[in-house]
Every structure is written in C-alpha cells, then in structure tokens.
Design a protein around this ligand. Structure first.
Ligand code: ADP
Length: 445
C-alpha cells in the first residue's frame, strides 16, 4: 500500500480523498492555488504545496507544477478527484512517466472514453445499447441532414470531446439543423479545441440513469447499482438518487451484467460510471466517465462501500476481494448539490461565509470544505456542499433531507438550499415522476 498520496484537487473532493487516505493510514499532500491558501483541504492535509496563481489553468491544471509537488514531497501516487485533470490522458501518462501511480484507469481507457464517438462505437461492439444516431463523426452538414432524416427530428448535435453539457445543440426540425450544427461546432471548438460532432436522436422524456462500477487489475468487475441523475439544469446534475425510483432489481441486474461483461472484455480498471438515457423501458448508453463522480456518495450510502478507498486499493494493485454477489444494496440515498448561487437567478454568489452550521443526526452526511469566515473564491466551480441523506426507504430519505435542509445554515453568501427545499416539496418529485426536462420547467415556472 502507498505511504503518501498527492491530491490534485480542491474543495470538498480533496477533503473526501484526504479522509480515505487518513483511514488507510496514508499521508496526504494537498496542492493549492494562492486563492486557496486558507482552504480546508490545505488545513487538514499532512503537507501542502502551493502550485500557482488563482486561475485553474495556472494551478490545478498545471501538470508540471503538480508532478513536481509530488516528487518534492515523496508522494507515490496522485488522486485527481473529479474535474480538472481527472480525465486527462496526457496527465495520466505524465504521472506514470515519473514513476508515480495515477489513481484511476489507464491513459488508454481515459482516451478511449474521452472521445465520445470512440466510446459509443466501442460500447456498441460490446453489445451495449446506444441512442440511435450517426455512426461516428458527422463529416458535413449534408451528412447531418441525411442522418437526421433517417432517425427523425428532434435531433441533438453533440461534441465528440463534450463535457459539462457544452457543445450540445437541439434541432427540433429541419430548418433548425444548420444553426444547431454551426453552434455546436463553434462551442465545441472553443471549449475543447476539437470541433468534431456527432448526432443522436433527441429523446423527449428520458431519465438519466448511470451505473457505478469498480474494476481491479485482476479481472474482477462489479457494479454498485444505479443512480438517477435526471434532475438537471442546463444538462448539469442538481439532485441525485440511488437507486432510481423507476428501476427494478431485475433491470439493474441485467444492465449490470451487460456492463460488467463489456468492461471485463476491454480490461478496464479502477472506478468508472456508464451513463444511460432510459425511456420506454429501454436503456441507451451516452457516455462513460473514467473517474470518481460528484454524486458517488449516494452509492456509498446504499452499499457501505468506500469508493475512494477502493480506488486507492485498486491502484496499489490489491484485489477487490469480493464479487457481485457480495455487493448488497439496501435502502435509499439522496444527494443535494448546494452551490454558491442565487437560488432563483443562478447568478454566482462568491464571498465570505459568516455562519456555517451543517445538519447532523442519523442518516445525514455533509461533504463540504466550508467553515465560518471562509471566503468562497470566484475562480472555481460553485459547488460548496453536498448534503446526502440515507433512509431505509425513499420516503425516509426524503423526510430526512427535508429536515436536514431546514437545519442547514449558511449565511454571508447565497446558496441553492431554498431551491432544493422547493424540489423536495414538489408532488412530482415525491412521486418519483420526473424526466431530464422536469427541473428546467420547474425552475422556469
Ligand atoms: P456531457 O458530457 O456534456 O455531460 P452527456 O452526453 O453526458 O454530456 O449529456 C448530458 C445530459 O444531456 C444528459 O444527462 C441528458 O440530460 C442530456 N442529453 C444527452 N443526450 C441526450 C439525448 N440524446 N436526448 C436527450 N437528452 C440528452
């Protein structure tokens, strides 16, 4: 097992990784920008290294600075968290080239799944069902037209290098196709430096359902059940549940078998998530994330498995030591992503936190780097806390979430706590009756 790990991230996820390290008896090295010198992950780590100025491209994305920090402190492995360098194949290669261990999949698998066109064709070859669409990249507007005529409008043009919902445009009818094509390519080129796009049928009432997997280096692959992440705004997840209110145990087992068989065949290792759209009883693969997800805690709550600990053990070459039959899922968990934003306009609200009083009690978990007096910097993602509740049933998890949201006090900045309170009261949510389009309408109404 490793003796020291560098955590190449900030905020709640840096804390999350630090906690797993400490429980495993591994020393932790935090890295931080000058804007994060007072951050909780820096305070709690065994050592810390400043890696650059506030802008992420100069600090948390600064590969040579991060590798140097690892070498100087004698860390043996790097955990990338999510976002930043977590899905950067070149970084994973650079880490290995310096005789350090990247806590994640191989660079080859990161690259394969990072290109969504390659990811989809790989999964199709492995027998995983897909959303109908173009086979590969669209070479021209003419090709886009002919594919759209075949799969029928509405269609979605998506960036091959996509992420965070960028480079994605809907064309509801033929006269909207040209604009969607141009806008998606322009946005993809600006955001990812790659303007390759592909097309999918735009589904009108799907749910976003994803499967968490773990794979060791010895051929064992298990799934840890599904998460329902349909509550989204601008294609970004807001509130997630595990399991999904609409998936049966038989459906979960079947999807799990398809996915674990596919991943065994490509020799995937470490943690990963396969994302699907689910409509009319059918699953259709959209992408695979080759990293830990923001919403991983809800899977931990229903399985009792510490996913970060497992990532570290796997990277150290250990066997999972259990099979699918040993993974027992029970109860229900919900996560509310609390951001430093106005709950109505969604305008960013960085600034100094005056009071921070997180909720507690049975079945309540708060993953957050906040404290009273902390200044939320304006330079990074607006996520400031994840509130997770667990119950024996969905009803219990909901009741607990309502209670916990009421107890949660954060003053000095605006947060989305009131938005979550409204969602929790909505009859559609309580009934589990929502699709990926529900929240957008709810917020607008
Ligand atoms: P990104 O990597 O940018 O997050 P995804 O492919 O994961 O992109 O899609 C993000 C979200 O966009 C999905 O969760 C879903 O809400 C929506 N979406 C993606 N593909 C489709 C589709 N074919 N039809 C309808 N909605 C879609």
């Amino acid at each position: 097992m490793f003796k020291k790990i560098l955590i190449a991230n900030r905020g709640e996820i840096a804390l999350r990784v630090l906690r797993a390290c400490r429980e495993l008896g591994i020393a932790s090295v935090a890295v931080h920008s000058t804007a994060d010198a007072d951050a909780m992950h820096v305070r709690l780590a065994d050592e810390s290294v400043c890696i650059g100025p506030p802008l992420a491209r100069d600090s948390y994305l600064n590969m040579p600075a991060i590798i140097s920090a690892a070498l100087i402190t004698g860390a043996e492995a790097i955990h990338p968290g999510y976002g930043f360098l977590s899905e950067n194949a070149a970084f994973a290669e650079m880490v290995e080239a310096h005789n350090l261990v990247f806590i994640g999949p191989t660079a080859q698998h990161i690259r394969m799944m990072g290109d969504k066109i390659t990811a989809k064709s790989t999964m199709a070859d492995l027998g995983v069902p897909l959303v109908p669409g173009s086979v590969g990249e669209l070479a021209s507007l003419e090709e886009a037209r002919s594919v759209a005529d075949k799969i029928m409008y509405p269609v979605l043009i998506k960036a091959a290098a996509g992420g965070g919902g960028r480079g994605m445009k809907v064309a509801r009818a033929a006269d909207e196709l040209e604009a969607a094509w141009r806008e998606a390519r322009a946005e993809a080129g600006a955001a990812f430096g790659n303007n390759a796009v592909y097309m999918e049928k735009y589904l009108d009432k799907p749910r976003h359902i994803e499967l968490q997997i773990l794979a060791d280096n010895h051929g064992e692959v298990v799934h840890i059940g599904e998460r329902d992440c349909s509550l989204q705004r601008r294609h970004q997840k807001v509130l997630e549940e595990a399991g999904s209110p609409v998936i049966s145990a038989a459906q979960r087992d079947e999807l799990g078998r398809t996915v674990t068989t596919a991943l065994k065949r490509i020799g995937y290792r470490n943690a990963g998530t396969l994302e699907f759209l689910y409509q009319d009883g059918q699953f259709a693969f959209i992408e695979m994330n080759t990293r830990l997800q923001v919403e991983h805690p809800i899977s931990e709550m229903i399985s009792g498995i510490d996913l970060v600990r497992e990532q570290i053990r796997i990277a150290a070459g250990e066997k999972l030591g259990y099979t699918q039959d040993d993974v027992v899922l029970s109860g229900h968990a919900i996560e509310c992503r609390i951001t430093a934003e106005d709950p109505e306009s969604f305008a960013p609200s960085p600034g100094r936190v005056e009071v921070f009083h997180p909720p507690g009690g049975l079945g309540v978990r708060v993953d957050s780097g906040l404290y009273a007096g902390y200044r939320v910097p304006p330079h990074y993602d607006s996520l400031i806390a994840k509130l997770i509740t667990y119950g024996r049933t969905r009803e219990e998890a909901i009741a607990r979430m309502k209670r916990a949201l009421r107890e949660f006090v954060i003053t000095g900045i605006k947060t989305t706590i009131p938005l979550h309170q409204r969602i929790l009261e909505a009859p559609d949510f309580v009934a589990g009756d929502y699709t990926i389009h529900w929240l957008e309408r709810f917020v607008a109404g």
